[in-house]
Design a binder for this molecule. Structure first.
Ligand code: ATP
Length: 256
């Protein structure tokens, strides 16, 4: 039976509850795998420790990610069920603002039906072409087991930069082996994805994408190619991960 939950903006954890509700609704609609709910719970835990806000080091990573996406020959955004449930509209907005990018579906817990539902959801938000769904166009990532080794010939396989929010480690490492530049969003600074990506944004994806779009639009107007290259060269991903962990460790017990 469908539940009716009333969420009030005055609730101190309103945004977190809203995200949770989006995941549950996405699960009921068949967009999110049951395992996706568990992954979200893990993310919530790290977000709690971060204080549910964008830290300075995450802001710096978002800035460098925008520069990298703008300089890319062909950036591809890889999406899954959780990303769809949480921010389908923002991902479509990011794709529009990048102008030369594509969106590709990649599901860890693959079913044809879920793939179809996700692709229809993106079409509702104005995306006309989505990669990863035409079996004739799929090629294998070397050395990766499971159906997730498949990528689209005209999507990720051809990309120089791949944006893979909420990704699992094996695939991130496999994409790195294919010489892709990998940008991720992961609230866990210790995950294999966070450790192996070129740019890790340790923040909640619902906060990241709107800021990423703003940075893309800002740099497109105000920054030269050399400005963007300088930004990228001065970035140290492991430093950002250490700073995220420091923020988490610095939380104090709020009583004596
Ligand atoms: P890895 O294989 O990289 O070591 P893992 O096995 O934890 O990581 P998954 O469970 O596939 O990988 O990944 C989900 C990751 O996404 C988790 O690290 C979780 O913290 C993170 N995550 C979940 N929800 C969000 C969110 N809303 N925003 C950002 N990150 C999130």
């Amino acid at each position: 039976m469908a539940r009716k939950i009333e969420l009030h903006e005055s609730h101190p954890r309103y945004l977190s509850l809203l995200a949770r509700e989006k995941l549950v609704t996405g699960f009921q609609r068949g967009l999110v795998a049951s395992e996706g709910l568990i992954a979200h719970g893990r993310g919530e835990c790290f977000d709690y420790l971060l204080g549910e806000c964008t830290t300075d080091s995450a802001r710096a990573a978002i800035n460098v990610a925008s520069a990298t996406l703008l300089l890319a020959r062909y950036p591809v955004i890889s999406i899954n069920g959780n990303v769809t449930a949480l921010c389908v509209d923002q991902i479509c907005g990011l794709n529009r603002s990048l102008e030369n990018s594509s969106v590709e579906i990649n599901l860890f817990y693959y079913t044809k039906e879920r793939e179809k539902l996700i692709s229809e959801e993106f079409k509702k938000y104005g995306l006309t072409r989505i990669f990863g769904i035409d079996s004739k166009n799929l090629v294998s990532i070397p050395e990766l087991e499971s159906n997730r080794r498949l990528v689209d010939r005209d999507g990720i396989s051809n990309a120089d930069v791949v944006f893979v929010p909420l990704e699992d480690g094996d695939r991130t490492i496999a994409l790195k082996r294919m010489n892709k530049k990998v940008i991720t969003v992961d609230l866990n600074p210790l995950s294999r994805t966070a450790l192996s990506a070129d740019i890790t944004i340790v923040d909640n994806i619902v906060r990241v994408i709107p800021q990423l779009i703003k940075c893309v639009e800002f740099h497109r107007k105000h920054s030269s190619e050399n400005d963007l290259k300088d930004l990228i060269e001065s970035f140290d991903n492991s430093d950002g991960l250490k700073k995220a962990l420091e923020v988490m460790k610095s939380k104090q017990v709020p009583f004596q």
